[in-house]
Structures are given as C-alpha cells and as structure tokens.
Design a protein around this ligand. Structure first.
Ligand code: CTP
Length: 404
C-alpha cells in the first residue's frame, strides 16, 4: 500500500484572498508525489491568482471558461472520473451555488458532474462565515456528503480577527489526501490504531528535564500511512517537533508515566498499538519543587526505572492485539530487535540505527530491519521514513490478514 499518487486531483480556486495560498497547496501535493493535478479558476478567482501562475505550477492550463473553444464538455470529462474535487478556497458565493445546485460557470457545473468526493475549504471574513445563509449552505453541503475543512480562527486579511482563515498548505493537503484515500476504504478500514510518538521529558525541577532525543517524524509518517490505509488513528504525542496530520486525534503527554497512562487507557479499544516513542527508561526519584540553584558541588540525581509500556502491553494483550515496537540501536540492530520482540511479546519490531546522520533523530531517512513474530526479517539499507511507514503498514495489514 502506498500513496495513490496516480489519482486525479482537481483543485477549484474561487475568488477569495486566500487563493494565493492555493499555489502552496498544489506544491505540497506535488511534493507528496501527486502528478495528475488539474485546476479550475472561477472568474473572480483569476483576480486573485492568475492562470499563468497556476498553469506554471501544474504545467497545465487551468480551466476557466465552460465555453472555451476546443475544451467543450471538459467540465464533465475532467471530473468523471476523478480522485477528488477540492475547492480551495471556497467563497460564500461558491458554497451557495453548490448548495443550491446552481451551475452557471465551469466550477459549479463540474461540481454537479463530479463522481468523486468533494472537499471545500471555506475561507472568508468572519461575519460572512457566521452569516445564517453561509451556515445554512455549509450544513446543506455536509448533508449532501461534501467534506468541509473548517477554517482556522485568527487574523484575517480584512483586519478583523475570528474564524475564516484558510488552514496552512500542509493541513489542506493532508485533508485532500485523507478524503482521496478514504473513499475506497483501504485494507485497514475499521481498525483502530494507537501510535505513541516522540520523546518523553522527565522533570528534575520546574525548569529542567531529562529527555530522549526524538523528533516524532517516524510517528508522524506512521500516522499518515495508517490513516491512508483506512485505519482510525489516535496519537499519543510526547516531545518533539513533528506536526501530526490534522485528521488524527491527538493526546499530548510529557513524561513516561503520562504516556503509559494514556496508552493503557486507550489500549483496550485498539486493534493495533505502535510504540514508536523514545520513552525514558529512568526518571528522577524525587523532583525538586523549586529551581535547583547551582553551588559548584557535584549533584547526584537518583533515577528510578519507568514502566516498560510495550512489555506491559505484551503481557496483557499478546495474541489479542497487534503490538509493534521499535529498537533504536547504535549496533547489533537485528539481534537486539529479535531479543526485544521475544522479551516484549510484540508482533513486529522495527530495528533501526540511530546516532548517524542518515538514520535516526531528525533525519528524513532511516536504516532499518523489520523483525516479525513469524521469524521473517526484512532489511532496508537506507529508506525514507515515509516509505518505511508504508512498508510497516503493509506488513501489519498482512499480520492482520487484511492485505489485498
Ligand atoms: N518502550 C516502552 N516503554 C519504555 C521503554 C521503551 O514502551 N519504558 C518501547 C519503545 O517505545 C520501543 C521499545 O520499547 O518500542 C524498545 O525501546 P528501546 O528504547 O529501543 O529499548 P529498551 O527496551 O528501552 O531497552 P534498552 O534501552 O536497554 O535498549
């Protein structure tokens, strides 16, 4: 299972100030491998972003006029079939047209003709967004099966503050991908996944912590790969810089103990649990309540072991849930992965090299080996974390008997 990058994405751009951001959404989708991207600009859309700009980015002329010579009936062929029609930004006007079934320009006729899923990203002044007419139209569209990406609240182009801002390009691209993949279900549809990701931070005093190096990048890629495979994903996010996809539920934690509580609380409802987190093995025995002042002397910290979350899960749920762990090592990766697989009663351990520039913390690539309970081992010399995540999901789909 991989990203379905061959599917056509049709981006409709209506006439709102956020239209300039749509170019970045297209770039973001291209970065993720999508190549068949077509665009439709409304007449007012062309006032905010020109066909030349959009055409230069996609390499294809945008559609602007239903009656353009040589492109007759394109409003049908463009969206029959298509992976998704995403209207970014969607103005109050285009929402009203869609809700009322008015088809008087290229985009509104394409909407009625579209056989794929539709996503709209409303973006406008807060009063326009909150107007009963707009609210009514959005509610109507939701009933009609249209996916609505709620706008962010914040500083708006008109100078006011409130809801109406188009979310950032990555979030919009995340939602487009999500809707595109979920329309066909996916091998893991109906399965609930918990991913513990990032590091933990154990307090020494109110201003200092002991932490593990982890960006959360692998957890983020896993969250994406699982969700695109149809699973319902919940992330227990520790420390780190990763931005998790907006369509995943997220519980933030700091310490190993908080991570343990969050994972164990949610575990019974899950089918698959992935411990991708770098959990602290030790935590200070006592925490200073005031900031510890330096006095020039040696400072002894007594550390006590934390609970091994994966091992606890293995003891409770072996054979009942699919348990996945990581073994981050500086040497003897495969050997350690096999040992941890047995000791923690996991179904799959992803052994990986850390502490080198092309594998481990902050890196986009990873050198890894998948070690499964069925004794199979699959090494990956050097692979992007994104690609590895899809391989892991494929392996888990096979373990779950869901591979197609
Ligand atoms: N893990 C866990 N709870 C802990 C420590 C680790 O659930 N308190 C999980 C990690 O998320 C990972 C796996 O156990 O999936 C292996 O973690 P790792 O740090 O590689 O190994 P440890 O078991 O901590 O052993 P060591 O540090 O001695 O290698």
């Amino acid at each position: 299972m991989n990203r379905q990058t061959g599917q056509r994405i049709v981006i409709g751009i209506s006439g709102g100030i956020a239209a300039y951001k749509t170019v970045n959404v297209i770039r973001e989708l291209q970065k993720r491998g999508y190549r068949d991207i077509e665009t439709i600009l409304t007449a007012n859309g062309t006032r905010f972003v020109t066909p030349v700009t959009v055409g230069a980015i996609t390499g294809k002329l945008p559609y602007t006029d239903t009656f353009e010579p040589g492109r007759a009936l394109s409003h049908i062929s463009l969206v029959q079939p298509c992976g998704i029609l995403a209207v970014v930004p969607a103005t109050a006007d285009i929402l009203a047209k869609f809700a009322g079934g008015i088809a008087d320009d290229f985009l509104s006729t394409a909407y009625l003709a579209c056989t794929g899923p539709v996503l709209v990203a409303p973006s406008m002044n807060s009063e326009m967004y909150r107007h009963p007419a707009t609210e009514r139209n959005i509610a109507r569209l939701k009933k009609d099966g249209v996916h609505v990406l709620e706008p962010d609240a914040g500083y708006l182009a008109c100078g006011s503050e409130g809801p109406g801002r188009m979310p950032d390009a990555e979030t919009v691209a995340d939602m487009i991908e999500f809707v595109l993949h979920r329309k066909t279900g996916g091998p893991l549809s109906g399965m609930r996944v918990i991913i513990a990701s990032g590091g933990t931070a154990e307090p020494i005093d109110p201003v200092r912590t002991i932490t593990n190096r982890s960006s959360g990048k692998m957890g983020k890629e896993l969250a994406t790969a699982f969700a695109l495979a149809g699973a319902d994903v919940e992330i227990v996010a520790g420390t780190g810089t990763a931005c998790y996809p907006a369509y995943c539920r997220q519980t933030k934690v700091q310490t190993a103990s908080e991570m343990k509580d969050a994972v164990l609380k949610k575990a019974s409802a899950a089918d698959i649990i992935v411990m991708a987190a770098a959990v602290a093995d030790y935590t200070p025995e006592t925490v200073f309540h005031e900031k510890k002042k330096k006095d020039g002397n040696l400072l002894n910290l007594r550390l006590k072991p934390t609970t091994d979350i994966l091992k606890t899960l293995g003891t409770r749920f072996e054979g009942e849930k699919i348990l996945v762990g990581f073994a981050a090592e500086t040497s003897n990766v495969e050997e350690s992965a096999k040992k941890k697989l047995t000791e923690k009663k996991a179904d799959l351990i992803v052994g990986n090299i850390v502490g080198v520039p092309d594998s481990g913390f902050e890196a986009d690539t990873i050198r890894a080996v998948l070690v499964a309970k069925d004794q199979s081992t699959v090494p990956y010399e050097k692979i992007s974390k994104e690609e590895l995540a899809f391989h892991i999901v494929e392996k888990i789909s096979a373990i779950a008997g869901r591979n197609k």
